[in-house]
Design a protein. Sequence first.
Length: 162
Amino acid sequence: MSKLQIRKITLAGILVALGVVCSPFSFPVGASKCFPVQHMVNVLAAVLLGPGYGIGMAFLTSLIRVSLGTGSLLAFPGSMCGALFCGLAFHFTKKLSVTYISEVLGTGLIGGLAAYPIAVFFMAKDAVLFGYVLPFLVSTTGGTLIASVVIAALQKTRVIEK
């Protein structure tokens, strides 16, 4: 295993741990728990590690949060769709603005729509098709704004270049 792979795995572990440790910092919006830290982690993973790591990290963070009772099954579609979209956006464009928009659309729209069947069939909740879009948009917008500030700081200090 190369030093680069070890660094990537270590950073992924740290970001997953950050997502898990910060999971009590969520707030309800409608029928959803909003967790902006996950979306910040998604964007950081996209920029620093790539889409594969991002999706894996989103899955692990969601799995641990659900296991600990600090998240619901709705954490999976929101976080993983956002990680996929923003990871691919950064991978192919290398543009932060496109990455940020992709996180918001991936989580808010696609993840919000994907949450519907999970809520209805696995959680036995009454839901409407677009019922999770607005709460997911609120959560991902906040997390993406936080990520943009963190990435700007990393760029300014030239940490992101390493």
